[in-house]
Design a protein around this ligand. Structure first.
Ligand code: FPP
Length: 247
């Protein structure tokens, strides 16, 4: 009988050593569209379909946390039509997928300042968060108006405020307590960060949390990213020897 190469790849994954938290910088939508002479929003739409696929695959694999970079604090510099298109896609994603996400016991949460997200999208995001708040199989953590530096500065401001109010002493400030001032206070640091599209940079994503994260870069554009690429990243991750500064 002929073997399916994707199944073969999946079988190479050691299910006892899965990364608990995978973070993905979903890049390359614009280039994918340009190659096909399509508007950039067509690339984002195809990228949304990959979000649907990868959330499903990650949850089937038993990944506990999946963080996706959907909109950065710098993305406001893009043309208005593109920003509007991205916000509409996010709403469409929630409308199409929320039922299934909820049925699959996935909890949606976000990181980033939602106050700047247009009202029509914020309402849907809130509905998704509220509906799924008690789910326990996997956390889908979406970066929306998120920037790593912005997160750290907000954390510091809020910590200083708590010090001023006497809620915490300077002596108590350490890595354990500072974590509570980040958007990711309830989730562990990423074990594996995936960046497709050939760019070899972090672009302000989870700067504080990636101290010991393993990186996996690839030339594949996000709209072409398939389940086998996720498997390849995990297999590669499992070959590495994580020492966390030890020997
Ligand atoms: C980067 O590609 C991608 C984005 C800025 C947006 C990512 C959004 C989605 C995949 C769709 C909606 C998201 C969810 C969570 C449903 P780029 O435009 O910078 O690509 P380029 O570098 O090729 O121009």
């Amino acid at each position: 009988m002929e073997r399916n190469p994707v199944t073969e790849l999946r079988e190479k994954i050691d299910m006892d050593r899965l990364p608990s938290h995978i973070a993905i910088i979903m890049d390359g939508n614009g280039r994918w569209a340009k190659k096909r002479l399509l508007p950039r929003t067509a690339g984002h739409r195809e990228g949304m379909k990959r979000v649907i696929d990868i959330v499903q695959v990650a949850s089937e694999l038993n990944i506990k946390y999946l963080s996706l970079y959907a909109f950065s604090t710098e993305n406001w510099k893009r043309p208005k039509e593109e920003i509007d298109g991205l916000m509409k896609l996010l709403v469409e994603y929630i409308r199409i997928e929320l039922d299934r996400i909820h049925r699959n016991n996935i909890k949606i949460q976000t990181m980033g300042d939602l106050s700047k997200i247009p009202e029509f999208a914020r309402k849907e995001i809130k509905r998704a968060i509220d509906t799924t708040q008690n789910n326990t199989k996997m956390v889908l953590n979406i970066g929306l108006n998120y920037g790593g530096r912005d997160e750290i500065i907000r954390g510091i401001k809020s910590l200083l405020e708590d010090i001023r109010m006497g809620k915490i002493n300077i002596e108590e400030v350490d890595e354990g307590s500072f974590k509570n001032y980040l958007y990711t206070k309830d989730i562990p640091d990423p074990d594996l960060l995936i960046r497709p599209s050939g760019e070899l940079r972090i672009s302000n994503f989870m700067l504080y949390q990636i101290a010991y994260t393993e990186f996996w870069f690839s030339d594949i554009l996000w709209p072409d990213f398939k389940e086998e690429h996720l498997y390849m990243a995990i297999i590669d991750y499992q070959r590495r020897n994580r020492r966390f500064g030890g020997i």
